[in-house]
Design a protein. Structure first.
Length: 130
């Protein structure tokens, strides 16, 4: 995802008129499935058999990824390196360096991580119930 002003500019440019618009909901669902499967596997390999242990392990795992994405990928790389700029939007420095936008995405990641961690905890409980 790019900041809204960058996406709007790209959609208005003739060279991108035939590009399909991404489906954000589909992406979130796929990410949720991948993180849930990875989390259940991680917890199984770590020997977590309770909801709390699985939830905590998964949330720590998810927050490490979320923090890395925010601090390293977004703030240090995406906002600063021109290689991430879409052709025709190179002069939109202010929009690309919108740290508040990236922080809001980070906050959504916190909520997403909580939901995924709860689901992983429940899956682990179901696997080890009995």
């Amino acid at each position: 995802m790019y900041p809204a002003k960058v996406e709007k500019k790209v959609r208005s440019m003739p060279q991108y008129k035939d590009l399909p618009v991404g489906n954000h909901s589909k992406s979130v669902i796929i990410q949720g499935i991948v993180f849930t499967a990875a989390g259940v596997l991680l917890c199984h390999l770590a020997g977590n058999t309770s909801f709390v242990a699985a939830f905590v392990r998964m949330y720590i795992f998810f927050m490490i990824i979320n923090l890395y994405d925010f601090l390293i990928v977004d703030c240090l790389l995406f906002c600063r390196l021109k290689i991430f700029r879409i052709a025709g939007t190179e002069n939109m420095d202010k929009e690309y360096k919108d740290y508040l936008y990236h922080f809001k995405v980070f906050l959504r990641g916190i909520v997403f991580g909580l939901i995924i961690s709860i689901i992983v905890g429940l899956c682990v409980c179901l696997l080890y119930a009995g």
